[in-house]
Write a protein that binds this ligand. Sequence first.
Ligand SMILES: Nc1nc2c(ncn2[C@@H]2O[C@H](COP(=O)(O)OP(=O)(O)OP(=O)(O)O)[C@@H](O)[C@H]2O)c(=O)[nH]1
Length: 330
Amino acid sequence: MYLMRILGTLLCFFPILSVLLELQRPLWCILLLAANAFLWPTIAFLRARKAHLPLQIEHQNLVIDAGAGGLWIALMAVNPLPSVVIATILLTDRLSAGGFVLMRKAALALLAVFMLTWIALGTPFDVLVTQRTMFATLPLIGIYMLALSVLTDSIAVKLRIKSRELERIAMMDPLLDIANRRLLEKRIQYELDKLRTTPGHSSLMFIDIDNFKEVNDRFGHKVGDALLVAVSKILHIATRKTDTPARLGGDEFVILLPDTPQEEAHAVATRIMDAAAVMTVVQEYAFKCTLSIGIASALPGMNDVTEWLKAADDALYQAKRLGKNQIYSH
Ligand SMILES: Nc1nc2c(ncn2[C@@H]2O[C@H](COP(=O)(O)OP(=O)(O)OP(=O)(O)O)[C@@H](O)[C@H]2O)c(=O)[nH]1
């Protein structure tokens, strides 16, 4: 904002100066214009920087800018070219900085200061735009508009990046670098839609760490968390890029395996169990980590996310019921 204000007041200085000289305005007018062009940007910057609420003060500064614009338009006796350009720039700039609310405040400030000064001066009109004033106004039109577009574009790019990042965070588990239920359900729905048009074999795997409560109770929550991280890493390593490992909550994980028949899913589950059995997180505490895994393949005509998840959860329940540390396929 500081640089944009310096650029704006500098580019406004020349056309306004040109008209003020043509109208033979007194010296104090020229000095006031110089102060507005060369001192005000720094004063505005310091005011905002020292403020408790910098954004609020910057919005005030932007309204003051508009008021100053009204003053100069009146002192230029409404010379059409610089007056229209300055008013347009002031209002569009405020619109992009603070929306319609800020633009309305700026328009009111501009109009109020203009009317007071213009009436006090006897409502003068200077309709003649000299060549010098025209050439002095051109850089304001060209350079400032270009700078404003560059600034608006860079803000839009930053916002796009931020919004993508927020979207990613909303789809990921906060503790593990793994999808959460929201993303998983989206992918499952996508897979079911795909299977409806292109029949194939896809599987869903429900994984639960056996006796996880005991890990927390015996070794503490931190070790429990470390175990969850280790298991999620194993799920990443054991799966393909097209699979979606996700955490449903607690010690429950699910993997969506597109284009994977039940036997292949079983082989993946075996790999996961083998890796969990030899992992080191809890081994040093003399605890052997085992998993129970339930697998359910998508059935023809299945089009409900909950139905497929429930089938895999039922399979997991069977694995637990049969004594844990095993794989059960529906
Ligand atoms: N460390 C840690 N623990 C969690 C987290 N979320 C849930 N838990 C705990 O995970 C445990 C889940 O236990 P259960 O799945 O109900 O039981 P379990 O001991 O695994 O028993 P089985 O599933 O029958 O083998 C509970 O004690 C929860 O408090 C977490 O983010 N970190």
